[in-house]
Design a protein around this ligand. Structure first.
Ligand code: ASP
Ligand code: MG
Length: 300
């Protein structure tokens, strides 16, 4: 079997598993958008090195290419869809040096989900069920592909370890992710990151954030980012101001947020990174049939 056929089969299996899992847990699947006046600003986030936001001009309107569906997820929750997921293409024009991370792509597919009135713990147990389930089902259904790729997928169980970023920095230094990922035998949660305005800062404890990353073990690094969300208008505006983001850039979102948004929590994870982890691929670009690695020319 050719390696690319094995990666394609693993990708197809992963997509089917994830869609069934979310449908089975009462989520409504929405269609993605690729062009909008608003998109995820992707910052400030130490994990992001996007050099510019892709955009096009169409009939006099400036439209950004989707960097993530976060703002649209919140708008969908606000419209009454209280458990939703979207499989969406994301374009993130990363710095070419990101090629060396092994886990960055400038075009990938993200599964984004959002749950009205949920808290961090709801997302933790939902995702732990998904990750344990997809690993088990990949071992059972894709044994020939795993063996072709020389992958022995280690076993682990829920609940996953939880650490604050402060604990991780104290133990591994500022760039904690690679070393912490290598040392862990199980996926783990990294909690409280100072990043985008939409992730909720704990009102009781300013400087602490009710957000999280899920990190794969064995050095595969970040799987998911997510959080509880800011939903009160004044807090959203002060966070946008603090990040020095142009308010005009988010005007349709700000307009909708005026009476307050519906509180929610959610997250987004890259399908290619999940397949890379399951298959043990050296680079996340290896699992793509049409490779989109920063710093590499696009062939087809
Ligand atoms: N902000 C996340 C991302 O990196 C998604 C989320 O928070 O739900 O795409
Ligand atoms: Mg992230």
């Amino acid at each position: 079997m050719e390696k690319r056929k094995a990666y394609a089969k693993l990708t197809s299996h992963t997509l089917a598993f994830c869609a069934n899992y979310f449908h089975g847990n009462g989520f409504t699947q929405l269609m993605p958008v690729m062009l909008s006046p608003i998109t995820d600003p992707l910052g400030p986030d130490p994990g992001s090195s996007v050099i510019k936001t892709g955009e096009i001009e169409y009939l006099g309107q400036r439209l950004s290419l989707t960097q993530s569906m976060i703002l649209h997820k919140q708008i969908a929750v606000q419209s009454g869809i209280d458990r939703l997921f979207i499989l969406s293409p994301n374009v993130r024009l990363e710095h070419p040096k990101r090629r060396e991370s092994g886990r960055h792509l400038f075009e990938f597919s993200q599964l984004d989900f959002e749950i009205a009135h949920a808290k961090m713990d709801d997302v933790f147990s939902l995702m732990e069920g998904l990750i344990c389930g997809v690993a088990e089902s990949t071992r059972a259904d894709c044994a020939p592909e795993l063996s072709r790729l020389g992958r022995a997928l280690p076993r682990f169980a829920a609940p996953f370890p939880r650490h604050t970023t402060a604990e991780l920095i104290a133990r591994y230094g500022l760039d904690w992710e690679p070393a912490a990922s290598k040392e862990h035998k199980s996926p783990f949660w990294a909690i409280s990151h100072k990043r985008e305005f939409y992730d909720r800062e704990d009102p009781e404890s300013p400087g602490t954030y009710r957000n999280y990353d899920l990190i794969y073990p064995e050095g595969f690094g970040e799987a998911l980012s997510g959080g509880e969300r800011e939903w009160e208008f004044d807090r959203i505006m002060s966070r946008i101001g603090r990040d020095r983001l142009g308010k005009a850039q988010f005007s349709p979102y700000i307009e909708l947020a005026k009476g307050g948004l519906t509180p929610s929590a959610g997250g987004g994870f890259g399908i290619e990174r999940m397949v890379r982890y399951l298959s043990g691929a050296p680079h996340v670009g290896d699992v793509q049939l049409f490779r989109r690695v920063p710093g590499e020319p696009v062939v087809v």
